[in-house]
Design a protein around this ligand. Structure first.
Ligand SMILES: Nc1ncnc2c1ncn2[C@@H]1O[C@H](COP(=O)(O)OP(=O)(O)OP(=O)(O)O)[C@@H](O)[C@H]1O
Length: 323
């Protein structure tokens, strides 16, 4: 099988040693080329080129951002770089005409890989991948679309995007992106920086009454949404790769109530669909989130920028992943 190994050397836990060990193991069974990402969104271009040149399997070693870029390169083949657009999910290439995708953990959170139940150790994950390839074991999954950008597990407007942005800035100053850093940054933002007086966010679902103003919203394509250390955090426990998109949004920011909600998200069953201080939705196909002031947007843990409105769509059966 013709395979391309896309390595993000900048990702938190990717080392030259792991990369070389894994490449040697993969070469046992695959006709392997290796590509290193050299700048942000380089993996988009690498994946587009691979889809054109008949590569059958793309394997990433990096974090959620690298997987997201590869998926976007595969599914938006005709648009160069960051060109704006609003691709209709039905106009994308069929999943079986695209290279298969496999992901090995090399980032800090590795949420998507962990949500699939893959081994946390990249070398073990590579062996599991080779075994799955030998058995021709793959699964077609749905994705989310936030305007023109596909996502594998989540997109958030407000607090979590501000936290991702703040941690990105700390990373450029040389700090590592650890779970503790994310948690402390989130706590500081929640206690000191969020605007409690003016909930900026509105949910617009065709045919549904307005649920009122919201402080923060996350749209999920799978569960969990993220991890607190080794604990899955499940605001939308029913979300799945075979259904449409789920949503969780906070209707108030009272610290004790938010703490209670967070505690339930950490429980094995996750947050109940109905409760005080939040709303949830399950299996949605097409909706918009509007913000009365420019609000931070994150997609698959990558800070995108500020937005006043985002069009969310579910993109069923978009890509085949090796499992
Ligand atoms: N050579 C590079 N130099 C700088 N940035 C890069 C390079 N290659 C890729 N990137 C960018 O690095 C960012 C982070 O990558 P990635 O998500 O793979 O790792 P991570 O942040 O450590 O992991 P996670 O998202 O799981 O926490 C992405 O935005 C990607 O575009």
């Amino acid at each position: 099988m013709r395979a391309l190994f896309v390595v993000n050397p900048h990702a938190t836990s990717t080392t030259a040693e792991t990369r070389d060990g894994i490449a040697a193991a993969l070469r046992r069974d695959l006709d392997l080329r290796v590509a290193h990402t050299e700048y942000r969104r380089h993996a988009v271009e690498i994946a587009r080129e691979a889809a054109r040149d008949g590569t059958e399997l793309i394997i990433t070693l990096g974090g959620d951002g690298t997987i997201n870029e590869v998926v976007n390169g595969l599914l938006t083949p005709d648009r160069p770089g960051d060109a704006p657009g609003d691709p209709a999910p039905e106009s994308r290439p069929p999943a079986e005409e695209l290279p298969l995708l496999a992901a090995l953990p090399g980032g800090s959170a590795n949420v998507f890989i962990r949500s699939l139940g893959q081994p946390a150790d990249p070398e073990e994950a590579a062996e599991a991948l080779l075994a799955a390839v030998a058995k021709e074991s793959w699964r077609t999954i749905g994705l989310g679309l936030a305007d023109d950008r596909y996502f594998t597990f989540c997109a958030g407007l407000g607090l979590d995007a501000e936290v991702v942005h703040a941690v990105d800035e700390q990373r450029t100053e040389g700090h590592k992106a650890t779970a503790t850093r994310y948690m402390l940054t989130a706590l500081r933002h929640f206690l000191l920086e969020v605007d409690r007086s003016d909930p900026a966010i509105e949910l617009l679902v065709p045919g549904e009454p307005d649920p009122g103003r919201l402080f923060y919203a996350v749209v999920t394509n799978t569960s969990p949404w993220t991890y607190a250390g080794d604990k899955p955090v499940r605001p939308t426990p029913l979300a799945g790769l075979d259904t449409g998109l789920d949503l969780f949004a906070l209707t108030q920011l009272e610290p004790l109530s938010v703490l209670g909600i967070l505690t339930q998200m950490l429980a094995p069953d996750g947050l109940p669909p109905v409760g005080d201080g939040y709303i949830t939705r399950h299996d949605m196909a097409d909706f918009r989130i509007r913000a009365s002031r420019p609000t931070a947007l994150q997609i698959d843990g990558e800070y995108i920028g500020e937005r006043s409105e985002v069009h969310f769509r579910s993109a069923p059966e978009s890509i085949r992943i090796v499992l």
